[in-house]
Design a protein around this ligand. Structure first.
Ligand SMILES: [Zn+2]
Length: 329
């Protein structure tokens, strides 16, 4: 234990900041959580980020000199070269040099990545993708995103934006997406899409759904639809199955491009895994090049809400490992 290496992972979310001191086995030794409260302004949030890091760094069981760096997982558009958050709507931030601020204060290397990429690293190193060199993690929640591990490394692209799976087009003539493309996968398969599908049916006067889903409330969330589906509500099941079908269409392209051993699905919508995951699998099996389909597994994520923190730290471990191998050969 004494000689173990550590990295700090921090998940910077719209509602909370979660920092963890992570060992090389992917275990969180200590953690600190603070509310983000972004309405207090950028400076206040940055101070809380620094305080959360300081708090886990001060763990008395751990020698500070064995802490090798800080990984930050953030939603929004990031630049992994400059370690800047370019735009994050959930924080109301643009062009915040978060990496440099942390580096200056703690004198440690910092890696900034988007939250899907962080969770991908976590599942790869310590979850459902453990032991593989080619895997893809797909998150399905409000939006759809992915992190790609290719030949034993996180594929980051030129600035860390690689893996925008939700914005591959599955219909060239489909509705315009906020990103500028048309017919993006997430328009058909995200939690938001699931809510929209149910709302449209409600607006069309489908009384069967209002009775089974709404229970008198006006809200209609993907979570409610998922719970209704798991209770056996036919209408909700159909909506989820359709989302699963589209995810399988998208996943087929991922398989054709990256030839992964496993695709791991996570995110809030996967609470309905007993329904949606087999639909994804079915859609993949129908469409994928047979030789490639037979080699890929479709699996559910194993790590929970801490995967952002653990994976952000994990990226630092994986980079040292990679450098160590390069030095040997
Ligand atoms: Zn898009």
């Amino acid at each position: 234990m004494e000689m173990d290496e550590y990295a700090i992972g921090l998940d910077l979310g719209g509602t909370k900041i979660l920092a963890g001191l992570v060992n090389s086995e992917g275990q969180m030794i200590s953690q600190a959580q603070l509310p983000t409260t972004s309405e207090d302004g950028e400076k206040a949030v940055i101070e809380r980020v620094l305080a959360a890091i300081e708090s886990v760094m001060s763990d008395k069981k751990v020698n500070r000199r064995r802490v090798r760096g800080v990984g930050i997982a953030s939603a929004g558009v990031i630049d992994s070269k400059t370690n800047e958050i370019i735009f994050a709507s959930n924080l109301g931030w643009s062009n915040v040099p978060i990496g440099k601020l942390i580096e200056d204060k703690f004198n440690l290397p910092v890696r900034l990545m988007n939250d899907a990429n962080a969770s991908a690293v976590a599942e790869w190193m310590w979850g459902a993708g453990k032991g593989t060199a080619n895997m893809i993690y797909v998150t399905v929640s409000t939006g759809v995103g992915a992190g790609i591990i290719s030949d034993g490394r996180l594929l980051s692209g030129i600035d860390g934006s690689a893996g925008e799976f939700g914005h591959i087009s599955i219909d060239w003539n489909g509705p315009l997406c906020l990103c500028g493309n048309r017919g993006c996968l997430e328009i058909y398969s995200s939690g938001t899409a699931i809510e929209n599908a149910a709302r449209t049916a409600l607006a069309n006067g489908d009384t069967a759904i209002s009775a089974s889903l709404l229970h008198g409330s006006k809200e209609l969330t993907a979570k409610q639809i998922g719970e209704a589906a798991l209770r056996g509500d036919r209408f909700s099941i159909d909506i989820l199955k359709r989302a699963g079908f589209y995810l399988g269409v998208g996943a087929t392209s991922l398989i054709h491009l990256f030839n992964p051993e496993v695709i791991v699905f996570g995110g809030g919508v996967m609470n309905t895994a007993p329904i949606i995951l087999q639909e994804i699998e079915k859609s993949v099996r129908e469409r994928c090049i047979p030789g490639m389909a037979s080699q890929v597994r479709i699996e559910l994520n194993r790590l929970g809400v801490e995967s952002g923190v653990v994976g952000a730290a994990g990226l630092l471990f994986s980079e040292w490992e990679h450098e160590r191998k390069l030095q040997i050969f």
